[in-house]
Design a binder for this molecule. Structure first.
Ligand code: HEM
Length: 447
């Protein structure tokens, strides 16, 4: 098939193309997408392991994201490779450490509870934009430490604009046509950039001098205190680029994953009822399994790329320098030899107490892997658990129509085609304040 046709299908029906090629050619095949080096797609766990654990100096991931340069900036961890990538990643990983993530739980539940109070009863309600509102507010508060006041309002507004620009189809089209380097030197782009950057730099300056900097636990404050190995702090430009990267990488992905979780649960009333009951009883094992199964069956990112700097052998084939080895998240998650009834939503498959198995490092890869694995995976998992638990303990949900929602492409990730259409049947009576918004598994007041 000509590469123009492959490209057109890829942008409209990526999963279908992956499934069809896998059925015809097996678990390794090549796609040729216009403007990209050849993609050697694989769903073989051994080959995926090799791609994730291979030498990162020879397997570049940052290059593939170069298109985002005008928005994220040259220091973004997403765009860097080699030692520069590892330096930035090391600094960013520390504040995203698993234990610290537990502490954001209360904030996540609080944001979700405030948002769902406004959701209408009984009429069709699209969840995806509302999930975006929740994940944006969580990133603003947990990552940027945004609070109240006029300076914060300006920052909030401009960060929303960054997202609008980053996710608009027009930006995508202009970036593809002109290329990231040319855009960076266009006066209109420079003006836009200055407008959004001004409040970010103002906040960085204010925060550097804040008397309570050492007591704060938002990511921006923690990064201001972090130092490179030579003892130097992050520059304002580095900090700006990483914060915007966290905003762009963390907002739409998690919102779509949340919309999918509710979409799947609503199509499986018995599982929805079981989860609501377990959340009420203060248990979190099934909630965890639901999150894992949602990310398996509806991964919001379906491939990750590693570009080869030298010829290398993968799965018995010698691939040339310049080609990319591409672990296909979507395909490995649907392998019948790894997952029984792979197309069905069965959270129990991950419950060890019911004969299930914990997710495998190279067979459950919604966050990618190796030195490029999503550095906020525990933040995202925590967020999903807290938001789902808050929704289920306060609302009774049902789908508007029984048919599953199709998978469609949003700006960066894949989302429910009808934007997570649900009906809220009723609300639960409010739990007492002492039990509100503290854990993903909290008790409901007896009626
Ligand atoms: C369910 C939600 C999320 C999913 C499914 C997801 C998925 C991914 C994937 C597939 C990658 C590429 C990994 C690779 O190439 O091996 C990635 C990278 C990344 N993600 Fe996430 N992500 C999510 C949420 C977040 C959040 C909430 C943040 C920030 C607050 C974030 C920040 C990042 C960053 C900075 C990288 C680049 C890591 C690097 O290159 O070293 N992600 N994510």
């Amino acid at each position: 098939m000509p590469s123009a046709a492959q490209t057109a299908i890829w942008f409209r029906r990526a999963q279908w193309l992956l499934d069809t090629c896998q059925a015809r050619f097996g678990d390794m095949f090549t796609l040729r997408i216009v403007g990209e080096s050849p993609w050697v797609i694989t769903s073989n766990p051994e080959v995926i392991k090799q791609a994730f654990t291979g030498d990162p100096r020879l397997l570049h991931a940052g290059e593939a994201n170069r298109i985002l340069l005008p928005i994220l900036g040259p220091s973004s961890v997403l765009l860097l490779d080699d030692d520069a990538h590892l330096r930035q990643r090391r600094l960013l990983l520390a504040p995203f450490h698993g234990e610290r993530m537990q502490r954001y739980g209360a904030l996540m539940s609080e944001v979700a509870a405030a948002e769902i109070e406004r959701w209408p009863l009984r009429e069709p309600h699209r969840l995806r934009p509302r999930m975006q509102a929740i994940t944006l507010e969580i990133v603003l508060r947990a990552v940027f430490g945004v609070g109240e006041g006029p300076r914060m309002e300006l920052l909030r507004r401009e960060l929303r604009r960054v997202l609008d620009i980053a996710t608009s189809p027009l930006t995508g089209a202009v970036l593809m046509t002109l290329g990231p380097e040319r855009i960076r030197h266009m006066p209109r782009y420079e003006r836009e950039l200055e407008r959004v950057n001004a409040p970010i730099y103002a906040e960085i300056a204010a925060r550097r001098g804040a008397p309570d900097l050492h007591e704060r636990d938002d990511i921006m404050s923690l990064l201001l205190l972090a130092t490179h190995e030579d003892g130097s702090p992050m520059s304002d430009e580095e900090l700006r680029d990483e914060l915007v990267t966290l905003l762009v990488a963390g907002h739409e992905t998690t919102a779509n994953a949340l919309a999918w979780a509710v979409e799947r649960l609503c199509r499986h009333p018995a599982k929805l009822a079981r989860l609501a009951e377990e959340v009420d009883a203060g248990e979190s094992a099934y909630l965890e399994a639901v999150v894992q199964e949602t990310l398996r069956l509806r991964p919001v990112i379906s491939i990750v790329l590693r570009r080869l700097l030298e010829p290398m052998e993968f799965g018995g084939r010698l691939l040339p320098a310049g080609a990319s080895i591409v672990p296909a998240i979507h395909l490995v998650h649907r392998r019948g030899d790894i997952y029984e009834r792979p197309d069905e939503f069965i959270p129990e498959r991950f419950l060890e107490s019911e004969g299930g198995r914990a997710p495998g490092t190279y067979t459950w890869i919604p966050f990618g892997g190796g030195v490029r694995r999503c550095l906020a995976a525990s933040f995202a998992l925590q967020e999903m658990k807290h938001v789902i638990a808050t929704i289920l303990s306060e609302l009774h949900l049902a789908p508007v129509e029984p048919r599953s929602e199709p998978i469609t492409k949003s700006a960066i990730s894949f989302s429910p085609g009808r934007r997570g259409l649900v009906r809220i049947l009723s609300r639960n009576p409010s739990p007492p304040a002492s039990l509100r918004h503290t854990s993903p598994s909290r008790h409901r007041t007896p009626a």
